[in-house]
Design a protein around this ligand. Structure first.
Ligand code: ADP
Ligand code: ASP
Ligand code: MG
Length: 416
């Protein structure tokens, strides 16, 4: 008997019929003698609908109020799943984040989990109940509901698994594992049996939304065995088979089976590029440009500063597209006030494509192969950034899918 956490995403919870299937699957694990905690997301489309309602009232709603409404989708899901379990004769109880409680900080819409009290959940599990806890949400020190950012139910599940010292966290979703790239963009993408924690971290941070990045961080920090698998298979399929399906995140590099140079390709459509032109090339200039951007809570990603000509340089960086307008406003004010010169130009139609793989450490020539492939497709590279296990390029958004497909082929990632 083991304690297992299951997470079901929006599509998996997308209709009452699907919820009944989730109940059958969960009941199967419970019948096999396991203690099961289930962390569902809102039904698919629901979080978008709720945020849309808020935006009909005003464009920039107060983040606390936004969380108040966005968090309700998960409350519907837990209750429906609990009822579906009762319907097939299982004892189950549902909780909202604040009832556990899952304590977060007060960074509404992107809160971080601080602690999880496991006492109530353990008591329920020990008395034979299946426990269902809302994903995506918690409560801050003042009793306000806070959400963990889009896709945050993954993080709730892995954090709950860590707090309960679960044997495994199973992330059930609408694909049957982690692929070499998004299978919806490249139909030849291949499922990976295992992916190293470091690679998964890079892929998630570079845009593969199959797992929210913080869930991967939790998995790494607590060494929580985490598996991504399909919720769309027959819920009554043999448990043994299901338990070994999907993709396991591994923590040991030498278990990396697929000794390829590149493991996968990640992309992020929604980037924006900003250039502050002809700023004086002197100490402190990067801080003067980026300080106010950071103070406005806007995340900066790729950065380049050009060679200076006549003591002047161009300074370029990227921000998430959703923050582009705000970043431009902040810069227009701060650059004028502190730097004086500097024409600010931007492009909100750029995307980032990255190749990821621990194999890169021991192979040379990955960058040149990447650049050659893009040049053969006539795709211009606007910015480049690298780490030990990834190379990212910024390109015009209209070439993004073409770039992903061409790179996937060039690095031999297709199905055998
Ligand atoms: P859920 O609602 O279950 O959380 P998400 O939509 O958040 O599901 O994540 C699953 C989706 O992630 C898949 O449908 C797929 O389109 C996308 N995805 C992106 N990159 C990958 C990848 N490398 N492997 C698998 N899926 C990926
Ligand atoms: N329902 C939330 C969202 O749509 C959380 C999640 O699905 O993980 O972002
Ligand atoms: Mg998700």
């Amino acid at each position: 008997m083991a304690l297992i956490v299951h997470k079901y995403g929006g599509t998996s919870m997308g209709s009452t019929e699907r919820i009944k299937n989730v109940a059958k699957r969960v009941a199967k694990w419970h019948d096999a003698g396991h203690q099961v905690v289930v962390v569902p997301s809102a039904m698919s489309g629901e979080t978008n609908r709720l945020i849309g309602l808020a935006r009909e009232i005003m464009e920039q709603p107060d983040p606390r109020e936004l969380d108040m409404i966005a968090s309700t989708g998960e409350q519907v899901s837990v209750a429906l799943l609990s009822m579906a379990l009762h319907g097939i004769g299982k004892e189950a109880v549902s909780y909202a984040g604040w009832q556990v409680p899952i304590i977060t900080d007060s960074a509404f819409t992107k809160a971080r989990i601080r602690s999880i009290d496991d006492a109530k959940v353990r008591k329920d599990l020990d008395s034979g109940r299946i426990v269902i806890i809302t994903g995506f949400q918690g409560v801050d020190g003042e009793g306000n509901i806070a959400t963990l950012g889009r896709g945050g139910s993954d993080t709730s599940a892995v954090a709950i698994a860590a707090a309960l010292k679960a044997a495994e966290c199973l992330i059930y979703t609408d694909v049957d594992g982690v692929y070499t790239t998004d299978p919806r963009v490249v139909s030849e993408a291949r499922r990976l049996k295992t992916v190293t924690f470091e690679e998964m971290l890079e892929m998630a941070s570079l845009g593969s939304k199959v797992l929210q990045i913080r869930s991967v961080e939790f998995a790494g920090n607590y060494r929580m065995p985490t598996r991504v698998l399909s919720s769309l298979t027959d819920p009554l399929m043999p448990l043994e088979e299901e338990a070994n399906s999907g993709t396991l995140i591994s923590f040991e590099e030498d278990t990396h089976m697929e000794q390829a140079t590149i493991t996968g390709i990640a992309f992020n459509r929604d980037e924006a590029k900003i250039t502050v032109m002809a700023v004086p090339d002197r100490p402190g200039i990067a801080y003067q440009i980026l300080g106010p951007v950071a103070d406005a809570n806007i995340e900066v990603d790729m950065i380049i500063q050009n060679q200076s000509v006549d003591g002047k340089t161009d300074f370029t960086f990227t921000v998430p597209r959703g923050e582009y307008v705000k970043a431009m406003e902040v810069l227009n004010e701060s650059v004028k006030a502190h730097i004086g010169s500097g024409n600010i130009v931007g492009d909100a139609k750029v995307s980032k494509v990255s190749v990821v793989g621990v194999g890169m450490r021991s192979h040379v020539g990955v960058a040149s192969q990447m650049f050659r492939t893009l040049s053969e497709e006539g795709i211009n590279i606007q910015m480049i950034s690298t780490s030990e296990i990834k190379i990212s390029v910024l390109i015009d958004e209209k070439y993004m899918e073409l770039a992903v497909r061409a790179l996937h082929k060039a690095f031999g990632l297709e199905k055998a």
